[in-house]
Design a protein around this ligand. Structure first.
Ligand SMILES: [Zn+2]
Length: 106
């Protein structure tokens, strides 16, 4: 079957605009059997790490939040405000990280 990564060309254009031998089919243009995607590129891997980091941060946040909720019995408005603030911080962190990576990955 035709290689999905290079559409049968055997070559791919990398980030620098140069033609490289396709890593999916090693320049053959076709692959045997079921197509398997190659390993994640480094930028995707870093993004994955950032996502895992954010999830971990949110996990800690939820733990502290639940503990505080049980310990001090906060009102519904404060509970909502804390939840919103926590998610905003997590999203802001992720967006800033992606922007930082986008600026430094060139
Ligand atoms: Zn290929």
């Amino acid at each position: 079957m035709v290689c999905q990564e290079c559409n049968g060309l055997g070559k791919v254009i990398d980030q620098d605009g140069r033609a490289d031998i396709c890593t999916g089919c090693y320049g053959l243009g076709y692959v045997r059997g079921i197509y398997r995607p190659g390993p994640l590129s480094s930028s995707k891997l870093k993004l994955k790490h950032a996502l895992i980091g954010t999830m971990g941060g949110l996990g800690i946040f939820y733990a502290v939040f639940l503990y505080t909720l049980i310990r001090y019995s906060l009102g519904p408005m404060i509970t909502l405000a804390v939840l919103l603030a926590g998610h905003l911080v997590a999203i802001t962190f992720l967006v800033l990280y992606i922007m930082y990576r986008a600026m430094h990955d060139n």
